[in-house]
Ligand binder design. Structure first.
Ligand SMILES: N[C@@H]1[C@@H](O)[C@H](O)[C@@H](COP(=O)(O)O)O[C@@H]1O
Length: 262
């Protein structure tokens, strides 16, 4: 079989090399389609990718003027200018340094008066632009993507979600204390994510190795939400060596492409 359904796993030697490759992939997408719709992620992992994209923009190698962006998620209850809100993160780490138009930036409103309406509107705003061309994802150490936490069933569309204790604890490293971490967030659902034409999942470091091993293992479980990515026709898993350290090549499904870069 030619195998159009092929998961690509690319292992780069370290975090910087992984981030550079991710930035090049995003840049190619924008070069091919200047009015691309990008799905964007927060967290520590994509920070160096954003830095590299800023560098490329400053060298006139990419133009974001026609790009639309859609963030995966936002905490409920934090003001946009709270240093831990994903609004603040995106402007502070990326948007303020590039020429994306403010009206083309979409981030769920974690302080909406009517959350259900906000979630429906968010889904509608993605549909209105004919969907996401390229979705960037990180992964939680429990296998979550966006804020789709391990559970018996997962949300299809954008919804308000309860964060698990594990996620609250993991994300408390960005807050002054664990009590300050919001307990709820708005997150794109699994179908919202899986509808993207292309997906790149980034993971770096040993603490992601187990989640990555389960994500690519050839089995799907709602207890590892990222494992559903194995059903996507255009998925690239971009890793550093530590994050890839528990992958056993025998476990990978036959149509998986595995590549180790020097
Ligand atoms: N909702 C975000 C995810 O989108 C992100 O992938 C994850 C991992 O974050 P980090 O990259 O900091 O490990 O954290 C948060 O929970």
């Amino acid at each position: 079989m030619g195998g159009i359904y092929k998961m690509r796993i690319i292992v780069e030697k370290d975090y910087q090399a992984m981030s550079k490759k991710a930035a090049l992939m995003v840049a190619s997408q924008i070069t091919l389609r200047p009015n691309s719709n990008l799905g964007l992620a927060t967290g520590g992992t994509p920070l160096a990718m954003y830095d590299k994209l800023i560098e490329m923009y400053k060298k006139d190698e990419i133009d974001f003027s026609e790009v639309q962006s859609f963030n995966l998620d936002e905490y409920c209850g934090l003001k946009d200018d709270h240093p831990n809100s994903y609004h603040y993160y995106m402007y502070n780490n990326f948007f303020n340094e590039i020429n994306i138009k403010k009206e083309n930036v979409h981030i769920p409103n974690g302080r909406a008066e009517d959350f259900e309406q906000e979630c429906r509107n968010y889904e509608r705003s993605i549909k209105k632009v004919r969907g996401i061309d390229l979705q960037i994802l990180g992964i939680g150490s429990n296998g979550h993507i966006g804020f789709n936490e391990p559970a018996e069933s997962l949300n299809v569309a954008t919804e308000v979600v309860n964060l698990t204790d594990e996620t609250i604890e993991a994300n408390s490293r960005y807050f002054d204390s664990i009590d300050e971490v919001p307990k709820k967030a708005i997150s794109m659902g699994m179908a919202t994510i899986l509808k993207a034409d292309r997906i790149i999942l980034l993971a770096s470091g040993e603490n992601k190795a187990e989640a990555i091993q389960k994500t690519v293992s050839g089995k799907i479980s709602t207890e590892i939400p990222a494992s559903l990515l194995q059903t996507h026709p255009e998925i690239t898993i971009l890793l550093d060596q530590e994050a890839a350290s528990l992958i056993s090549q025998d476990e990978l499904s036959a149509d998986c492409h595995f590549e180790i870069c020097d």
